[in-house]
Design a protein around this ligand. Structure first.
Ligand SMILES: NC(=O)c1ccc[n+]([C@@H]2O[C@H](COP(=O)([O-])OP(=O)(O)OC[C@H]3O[C@@H](n4cnc5c(N)ncnc54)[C@H](O)[C@@H]3O)[C@@H](O)[C@H]2O)c1
Length: 311
């Protein structure tokens, strides 16, 4: 392959992302983790599936960062996931240290790469990575909106008994309880769901989307979701690797857009070979604007926590 993606963290999300990247034959994949044997074992297992899955992506697992040199994309999933009863924000102290350490190492070896951050609490971890790597803002992008939108789409399709392929949804804001699903911009075959579903049913689907992560944590009990999160990170990587210029909701560093300054928050972004190539500003109602501001205030609070922790 002429493209290379390094996935940091060979746990649930990281290994599943590596599998999807390879099976879609998007690039060669390097899997890195601190636990000895895990990235090597998982990469070898995936490589042994290649003849059956019919792809020629090379997979390498390592505990050292040398193998990651000159990657086009780095997906950071290293860190701890939440357990039942924990919020994403409870992870901040542990994961900030991990994200800082890994970002420093990958940024030095792949100075032209694009970082896709997955570790939680997402928006805060984007700040840590951005401050650490020194890359331009276009090359540090957080994954949350694609996942939250996919969850909303899945629930819309279940509710209306239609193909998921007919659905389109937008979820903006931070990746937490204050996320902002936008029913007006969420459609089935181009028809806004506000024309197809009652206000109450839409509110129920919005609520389920907001709690989508917690619903899975509650069922799994030992960790958090990973199939859909991995799919979401890989959709972003694909748009960058193939320069597709898809417009996807991603956490990016805003400098005045949507009236928000110096904060990573989820908004529609055009993803191409140069990373976050354009931030799309859509018109919001007063109510939607207020919800986005509330979400931004929650991310700002996490930024203050990071400051107190010296990150
Ligand atoms: N943004 C999102 O929407 C989203 C969705 C799902 C999960 N997540 C987050 O992604 C992260 C990973 O989740 P998971 O389910 O894969 O967890 P996991 O525990 O299965 O995997 C995490 C991996 O990171 C590794 N790791 C820890 N410290 C490291 C370091 N310093 N260097 C390299 N590797 C290190 C661990 O050894 C482990 O293998 C969590 O923080 C989780 O909350 C985010």
């Amino acid at each position: 392959m002429d493209k290379k993606t390094t996935v940091i963290g060979a746990g649930h999300v990281g290994a599943t992302a590596a599998q999807r990247l390879a099976e879609k034959e998007l690039c060669d994949v390097v899997l890195i983790d601190i636990i000895e044997g895990i990235p090597q074992g998982k990469a070898l297992d995936l490589a042994e599936a290649a003849p059956i899955e019919k792809h020629d992506s090379r997979l390498i697992g390592s505990n050292a960062y040398d193998a990651s040199a000159d990657s086009d994309i780095i997906i950071i999933t290293a860190g701890i996931p939440r357990k039942p009863g924990m919020s994403r924000d409870d992870l901040i102290g542990t994961n900030a240290g991990i994200v800082k350490t890994v970002t420093r190492q990958v940024a030095a070896l792949s100075p032209d790469s694009i970082l896709i951050i997955v570790s939680n609490p997402l928006d805060a971890m984007c700040h840590v990575a951005y401050e650490t790597c020194g890359f331009p803002k276009q090359r540090v992008i957080g994954m949350a909106g694609v996942l939250d939108s996919a969850r909303f789409r899945a629930f819309i399709a279940m509710e209306l008994n239609v193909s998921v392929e007919n659905t389109h949804a937008f979820v903006l804001g931070g990746h937490g309880d204050t996320m902002v699903p936008l029913p007006r911009y969420s459609t089935v075959a181009g028809i806004p769901i506000t024309e197809l579903l009652s206000k109450d049913r839409i509110e129920a689907l919005v609520e389920r989307t907001r709690n989508g992560g917690a619903e899975i944590v509650g069922l799994l009990k030992t960790g958090s979701a990973y199939y859909a999160p991995a799919s979401a990170a890989v959709e972003m990587a694909e748009s960058i690797l193939k320069d597709k210029k898809k417009i996807l909701p991603c956490a990016v560093y805003l400098e005045g857009e949507y009236g928000i300054n110096e904060l990573f928050i989820g908004v529609p972004v055009k993803l191409g070979a140069n990373g976050a190539e354009q931030i799309i500003e859509i018109t919001l109602t007063e109510e939607e604007k207020a919800a986005l501001q509330k979400s931004a205030a929650a991310v700002q609070e996490l930024k203050e926590v990071l400051k107190k922790l010296n990150y």
